[in-house]
Design a protein around this ligand. Structure first.
Ligand code: DGT
Ligand code: CA
Ligand code: CA
Length: 572
């Protein structure tokens, strides 16, 4: 579990950044707080301890001013600047900045001119036409903001997989620690690896359900409770359902509560055609004899099916497939193909990144810091990129186990489809991902042209976060994706499944389609700190949902193979 003080201070720094942005402060000052917050989030020691032992100042991103703020936090549990800023704005104003499509500038204007200080205020003002006199609030913007408020409210109901999977693990280990609990597992959409989760479904085997219920009910606000089931609200928001079942029917319960609903309907239909009945207690023949219930495997087998992995249980069509894809394993990946270091907007040095990568058993790690146009992310000039290359070369010479850092870049696709570095620079790199980071509101035709041009340049390996969506925040830009996949396939450019929990871009469906169109897929965490290497399994889950096997993954290749492929020496 993360340190509580680190979490508190992370939130304080994030809020300071938001307030400063609202005030129209210098963007670099804002970024400094965001970066410090990011650094704290992944820290494996208590920040208070680091401060007290005088080690904080040697942490990247912690200059004198920030160390002083940490000092205030250690002494008083608060940060003065944070308190001041908080007092000068309405209490709900930061939630305004979460509305997709509403940047800090617009939020500040709304607050200044109309006194809008909450999402509800904004919705009312938009609907009543109060904003139309403000500069930059034409009909298009108003519609977009109303849509954004809808997305935000939806986001309040469905949670990011990456956010709840940790919570689920923590709860399961607490349940497993009870002597009365024989087994505890998660079911529902979480087990299926769906990118967002409506509520959490937990299953427990225990012969003393009353003890388990008593413990579980104490964890949150109880919504409903029976002898073997209980629902609570976690931190006033997120619903968690728990059920206790006997060991004999555990497999049937897991199958039933894992879903999806459509998969279950199809499976029950199949049982019926075999004159059987399938329910949460088991599979029964016409006379009511129990044919299978203890394990999922037995149930699928009695229905003449292989065990279908949860990630593929979605539409029901998977029951009819001739062959199930080989289930992708994290260990099949040789490395992580999208990361940031201190050279741009990451929080760690190349040495730290390399060490962490080796600790995790990777054989290579692509360092893909931002290119020069990304000024706010401290993008690298050509000179700095070359200097970084030399440092990477020195580091590579020091590894004796065959591990390798790939000297890469995340190169901006500029508005006209040209790339942010010239060809002769790209030619020198080991790995190039390209991405759109600006001018999102082009027409779909123009965006398609831009992306297709961007990936047609030589020396491009991957199109990163292809659609630009952020789950619950923005829908991403529009383009003719069939055309993009065709051009990518023609030029041997892989499409990324960006593993960041808020992105997961491409999503499962799109990744499947891209693969079917002949594209390779690349998994990259887009990590800006060491802790974000943990995102890789999320990407693996989405790849599994897309039916992608290791043979379609760039990460399945060795770095020598990646190099040959890049030089188009081999046809992979
Ligand atoms: P979520 O929570 O919206 O992300 O999605 P799920 O799939 O976790 O849905 P949830 O929590 O309502 O129910 C978990 C599973 O239990 C669901 O996937 C299938 C099963 N289930 C729940 N209610 C019913 C029902 O009324 N009929 C059937 N056949 N299955 C149900
Ligand atoms: Ca659920
Ligand atoms: Ca549920």
């Amino acid at each position: 579990m993360a340190f509580e003080d680190n979490q508190q201070l992370t939130r304080i720094f994030e809020e300071i950044a938001d307030f400063l942005e609202l005030q129209g402060e210098n963007i670099f000052k804002v970024k400094a707080y965001q970066k410090a917050a990011r650094g704290l989030e992944g820290l494996e020691r208590s920040v208070c301890e680091l401060y007290s032992s005088g080690q904080l100042a040697s942490m990247p991103g912690f200059g004198k001013a920030l160390v002083e703020k940490v000092g205030q936090f250690v002494d008083t549990g608060q940060v003065e600047l944070h308190q001041q800023l908080k007092a000068s704005f309405p209490s709900e104003i930061l939630q305004l900045m979460d509305v997709p499509g509403l940047g800090a500038k617009k939020a500040a204007l709304l607050h200044r001119e109309l006194g809008i200080g909450s999402v509800d205020d904004l919705e009312k003002a938009l609907k009543e036409g109060l904003v139309t006199d403000l500069k930059g609030f034409g009909k298009k913007t108003v519609d977009k903001l109303l849509e954004g408020i809808g997305l935000l409210r939806q986001g309040e109901q469905r949670w990011l997989l990456g956010r709840v999977s940790q919570l689920a693990e923590d709860l399961l280990s607490r349940l497993r620690a009870l002597p009365e609990v024989e087994r505890a597992e998660a079911a529902g959409s979480l087990r299926r690896g769906k990118e967002t989760v409506g509520d959490l479904d937990l299953l427990v085997i225990s012969s003393r359900p009353e003890v388990v219920m008593e413990f579980f009910a104490s964890l949150g606000e109880v919504i409903g409770r029976g002898p073997t089931k209980c629902s609570i609200r976690w931190e006033g928001k997120f619903q968690i359902d728990l059920r206790c079942v006997p060991g004999e029917s555990f497999g049937a319960a897991m199958q039933y509560f894992t879903g999806s609903m459509d998969h279950n309907v199809a499976l029950r239909g199949r049982a019926k055609r075999l004159s059987c009945e399938l329910n949460e207690y088991g599979l029964f023949d016409a006379l009511g004899n129990n044919l299978a219930s203890r394990s999922e495997e037995e149930i699928y087998e009695r229905l003449g099916l292989p065990w279908i992995p949860p990630e593929l249980r979605e539409t029901g069509a998977e029951l009819e497939w001739e062959r199930l894809p080989e289930r992708l394993q994290l260990e099949q990946l040789n490395g992580n193909l999208h990361t940031h270091s201190l050279w741009s907007d990451g929080t760690d040095t190349l040495e730290q990144l390399a060490e962490e990568a080796q600790r995790r058993g990777y054989r290579y790690l692509a360092i893909t810091d931002h290119s020069r146009s990304m000024v706010v992310a401290n993008g690298l000039s050509i000179e700095r990129l070359m200097a970084q290359g030399q440092q990477i070369e020195r580091l590579n010479a020091s590894f004796s186990n065959g591990f390798r850092l790939l000297w890469g870049s995340e190169v901006d696709i500029l508005g006209d489809g040209s790339l942010d570095f010239p060809e002769e620079v790209l030619a020198r790199l080991d790995f190039v991902v390209v991405a759109v980071h600006s001018q999102f509101s082009m027409t779909p035709e123009a965006m398609t042209e831009r992306i297709c041009r961007g990936i047609s340049h030589p020396y491009v390996d991957v199109l990163a976060h292809p659609t630009g969506r952020k789950i619950n925040r923005r829908t991403g830009y529009q383009a003719d994706w069939e055309r993009v996949y065709a051009v990518a396939s023609e030029h041997g450019v892989a499409l990324e499944i960006n593993c960041s929990p808020r992105r997961l871009d491409l999503n499962d469906k799109a990744a499947r389609r891209a693969r079917d169109c002949g594209c390779m897929i690349s998994l990259g965490t887009d990590a800006h700190s060491l802790a974000e290497f943990d995102y890789l399994p999320l990407g693996v889950l989405q790849a599994r949902r897309a039916g992608i096997e290791v043979g379609s993954l760039l990460n399945g290749l060795s770095w020598e193979q990646l190099r040959k492929r890049r030089a188009r020496l081999v046809d992979v």
